[in-house]
Design a protein around this ligand. Structure first.
Ligand code: PLP
Length: 295
């Protein structure tokens, strides 16, 4: 019998399509990898994650340790979603490192911002005796806002060097940023994206490695297309896939049950898609990147 596609499934397909369109607009030297979509499922229920998984979504991101532990160890989710890949994208304290690292299907920790946390992750991963190193990204506080986690701009070379020299159980996958709140993507290339792009250039020069060896995790619901055009290889998309988050929920807790109707989000997604295709960057990402002399 014909089964109506869930709204979450529709959103997963739409976002995937929008990512594919944006990827084609990248400069040739940035086309080495299809961007990965990380569906940010913070506050969303296990059923909603399963709906997205059934639509083909594999990478999911969570901000809170307890919430991730509950979801990743849920029996129904484990049975149903054996190819799920979890990204930890919240602030991590070193005393919680083992809790996250012991979880099944952990793909990456995107928020390393100190030697201390890198070393804790390295040691915890070593104790788990995994065959492959743990993927990590360095979080960079590109906007310099004091309420944001992340290492200061210019400091990533030092931390990368620390990881390379002292953390054999970690694989330095890339660098990530959370941009300043409320930047209007219609006003041109986001300065936080530009800073992260430059930071990658500096790392690649310092270690004499190609751009493709350092990923960029940047772009969320409101700006993932622009981020991709500027070279993002990892976009973290929450509300456009799952609908707005219930802000009355206590930190680290989540909804139960299936998706409520997300018609509002579907409409918003459609209009965002139109406005993004109409959107004019002051410089095109290609020009901007050329100005930064990135090869
Ligand atoms: C680090 C991080 N990335 C991405 C997202 C997703 O944001 P959005 O719902 O705007 O896509 C969130 C949401 O809380 C987040 O904390």
């Amino acid at each position: 019998m014909f089964k109506k596609m869930s709204t979450i499934a529709q959103q997963v397909r739409q976002v995937t399509e929008r990512v594919s369109v944006a990827s084609k607009k990248r400069a040739e030297n940035l086309k080495f990898k299809d961007p990965r979509i990380v569906a940010v499922s913070k506050t969303k229920s296990i059923d909603m994650i399963i709906e997205a998984y059934d639509a083909g979504q594999r990478h999911f991101g969570e901000n809170y340790v307890n919430e991730l532990v509950e979801k990743a160890t849920d029996i129904e989710l484990q049975d149903h979603c054996d190819e799920i890949k979890w990204h930890f994208i919240g602030h991590l304290q070193s005393n919680k490192a083992s809790k996250v690292l012991g979880l099944p299907n952990l793909y990456a920790v995107e928020t390393v911002d100190s030697d201390k946390i890198a070393k804790s992750l390295n040691n915890a991963w070593e104790r788990l005796k995994k065959a492959e190193p743990l993927n990590v990204m360095i979080q960079v506080n590109t906007s310099g806002e004091s309420n944001k986690s992340g290492i200061a701009l210019g400091k990533t070379i030092e931390l990368t060097s620390f990881i390379k020299d002292n953390c054999p159980h970690l694989k330095m996958l890339g660098i990530m940023t959370i941009v300043a709140y409320n930047y209007d993507p219609n006003s041109g290339p986001n300065p936080d994206f530009l800073s992260l792009v430059k930071e990658r250039e500096a790392i690649c020069e310092a270690f004499n490695i190609p751009l493709k060896d350092i990923e960029l995790s940047m772009g969320m619901s409101s700006d993932f297309e622009q981020a991709i055009e500027m070279g993002s290889t990892n976009v973290r998309v929450g509300s456009t896939i799952f609908g707005t988050r219930d802000t009355s929920l206590k930190k680290g807790t989540f909804e139960t049950g299936h998706s409520v109707e997300l018609e509002k989000t579907v409409k918003e997604n459609k209009s965002a898609s139109t406005s993004c295709s109409q959107q004019k960057l002051t410089n095109s990402p290609e020009e901007t990147l050329k100005n930064l002399s990135i090869e």
